[in-house]
Write a protein that binds this ligand. Structure first.
Ligand code: ADP
Length: 497
């Protein structure tokens, strides 16, 4: 009876359902891809019905495969691609338009127009913790209301609802009984005041969003509702909800200020818990609400920074330079030489991000000599991942005044031992790589299981966690300084202004 937690991990490219036991082990995973719609260059959409259908069918798959019924499930935790926007009719349950995906750039002109005034930008950042951008939901809602015939009138009449993917799923799973999201997802809409935890009337006015469309905002761990959808019997409580990055921070057990996680995927996402303090960044990082255990008083915050070219840089070695056949070969090639022979790669393929913010900069390879070869370049690419992360870490520590005490890692490139060791040396941090790399789904599961008492406390959760590898820096101070000086010189030469 009720010996399992189910995590729904609704991502950008697939919907997954994970079955988790009391020991915090993943027993089974079912996954279905979701179709990407690109109606125009730079535009990205998903079908909300397909998102629901794949989530439901993967749920059924894991239950059937494991001979379980919904009555064996203690609770459901949901984690989701963030910022992606759905608008639907509260009476029919039909979405008025496809989901506009976080990556979609169609609303960049809306942001350019509404946020041109520096005072407006400042007020948005002060209220929401975000740097105004088309990523966040606000401009996507506006686009739907302005472009779908009749949508604005219906919204003003109170007939339409907005939600991020978690909210859409909760509404569908509860058969329309609950219209709610959690604080982490709300904090990515660019309509939410992260200090007072309320929808901000000035922002609603700016983006023309009627307040009647907006969901209730709940803590990430606690009862959202119980399932009532015809294909999920059993009245399963939905008790955990968090956006993917915040779920991963929680899943990595970064419960205390100064604890951070980095996901080394195609891009990198670094989040550091800053506790009850909403830190305003001077380095262009965003301030976001993070998921907390039910025992926590008040909301907790994190600083978040990202790097676009991480695993993607290794993919570039495979696909464009052709010097390796697959990403996993990069470690052997990079460690076939003693050092980079002075080669540095600055992967500013789409400009330099935090803390430099130079959109016009472009990538470069420096320090080539006659003896430099493919192994040196491969090694310099791995080093570049670590340098970029180190810059973000320095920015976070500088902004918050909180020393980073621990870095937990996940994502494809975290399997690279050379990279992890170099990162530990450069950043003078202990790096922990957990055995269970499903950190995002585990975060959602922990949030649900803590709310129901399936797991009694975060101490219990910490104790279940098994470490796969621990990396401690052995780099000397002079060596480290020399590496960093080289990197900074290359950044200086790459910048356009
Ligand atoms: P995402 O979820 O963002 O698609 P993953 O976490 O699956 O990414 O990681 C895939 C990325 O990790 C790819 O870009 C790949 O180049 C990189 N990668 C995979 N294995 C390694 C490795 N051993 N060393 C360095 N990079 C790797």
């Amino acid at each position: 009876m009720r010996e399992h937690i189910v995590a729904f991990d609704q991502g950008t490219t697939s919907s997954r359902t994970l079955l988790i036991n009391r020991k915090g082990q993943v027993i089974d995973v079912a996954q279905r891809p979701i179709e990407q719609h690109y109606p125009r260059p730079g535009w990205v959409e998903h079908d909300p019905q397909e998102i629901l259908a794949t989530q439901l069918s993967t749920f059924t798959d894991v239950l059937v495969r494991n001979g379980l019924s919904p009555h064996d499930v203690d609770s459901i935790g949901i984690t989701n691609q963030r910022e992606t926007t759905v608008v639907w009719n509260r009476h029919t349950g039909e979405a008025v338009f496809n989901a506009i995906v976080w990556q979609c750039r169609r609303t960049a002109p809306i942001i350019d127009e509404l946020c041109a005034d520096p005072e407006v930008r400042e007020r948005i950042t002060a209220t929401t913790g975000l740097v105004p951008d088309a990523y966040f939901s606000a401009s996507k809602i506006k686009w739907i209301l302005d472009n779908v015939p009749g949508a604005r009138e219906q919204a003003e009449a109170g007939d339409l609802l907005f939600g991020t993917i978690d909210c859409w799923l909760v509404w569908c799973l509860t058969n329309g009984a609950v219209h709610a999201t959690d604080v982490t997802n709300a904090s990515r809409t660019m309509l939410f005041d992260i200090h007072t935890c309320t929808w901000d009337p000035w922002l609603l006015e700016l983006f023309g969003v009627p307040v009647s469309m907006l969901p209730d905002v709940l803590p990430s761990s606690g009862l959202f509702g119980t399932t009532a959808h015809p294909s999920i019997a059993g009245n399963i409580p939905i008790c955990g909800v968090a956006g993917d990055q915040q779920a991963a921070l929680f899943g990595q057990c970064c419960f205390n200020p100064g604890e951070a996680k980095n996901t080394y995927g195609t891009g990198c996402f670094l989040l550091m818990n800053t506790g009850n303090k909403a830190v305003r960044s001077k380095n262009g990082l965003v301030t976001t609400i993070t998921a907390s255990a039910p025992s926590t008083k008040g909301v907790e915050y994190a600083l978040e920074g990202s790097v676009f070219m991480a695993g993607a840089l290794i993919q570039w070695l495979v696909e464009e330079l052709g010097i390796i056949e697959s990403a996993k070969e990069v470690e052997a090639l990079a460690t076939s030489v003693e050092d980079t022979a002075g080669v540095y790669v600055v992967p500013a393929f789409t400009g330099l991000g935090a803390p430099y913010w130079d959109a016009d900069a472009r990538g470069a390879i420096y320090g080539l000599t006659r003896g430099a070869g493919r192994a040196h370049i491969a090694r310099a690419c791995l080093d570049a991942l670590a340098y970029q992360m180190n810059d973000l870490i320095d920015g976070m520590v500088d902004d918050s005044g909180i020393p980073m005490t621990k870095l937990s890692v996940d994502g494809g490139a975290s399997r690279n031992g050379y990279l992890m060791q170099f990162q530990a040396g450069l950043s003078q941090l202990e790096i922990l790589r957990p055995k269970n790399t499903e950190t995002t789904a585990m975060g959602a599961a922990y949030l649900a299981g803590l709310a129901t008492g399936f797991w009694p406390s975060i101490d219990e959760i910490r104790a279940m966690r098994e470490v796969d590898a621990r990396f401690v820096g052995t780099m000397g101070a002079a060596e480290r300084e020399a590496y960093l000086k080289g990197w900074r010189d290359c950044i200086r030469r790459t910048r356009t202004a």
